[in-house]
Design a protein around this ligand. Sequence first.
Ligand code: FES
Length: 107
Amino acid sequence: MPLIKYIEANGTEYAVEAESGISAMEAAVKNNVPGIDGDCGGAAACATCHVYVDPDWIGKTGPAAEGLEKSMLEFAEDVHENSRLACQITLNDALNGLVLKLPEKQH
Ligand code: FES
């Protein structure tokens, strides 16, 4: 059960114990983390799950994938190098302690 920390732009933190195998979007929605809506259900088609991966963790999650994920991020605001769609990050024990920050406009 990886522990994932979501941090809102205002600094509010949410620690979520997630099941391995689900996405960082699903874990946030199940635990009522505000700012991650997951409108498309995880199909990389809405960008309402945009997050910034903490720089210490980008090596483990990897950057946004070429193709669908990168193209959808073009529709998100304030996209940075460490931007990802949370629905495209599958959680596992190697991501225990992962820190994801939420964009300011997404709350
Ligand atoms: Fe729609 Fe991630 S839930 S892009």
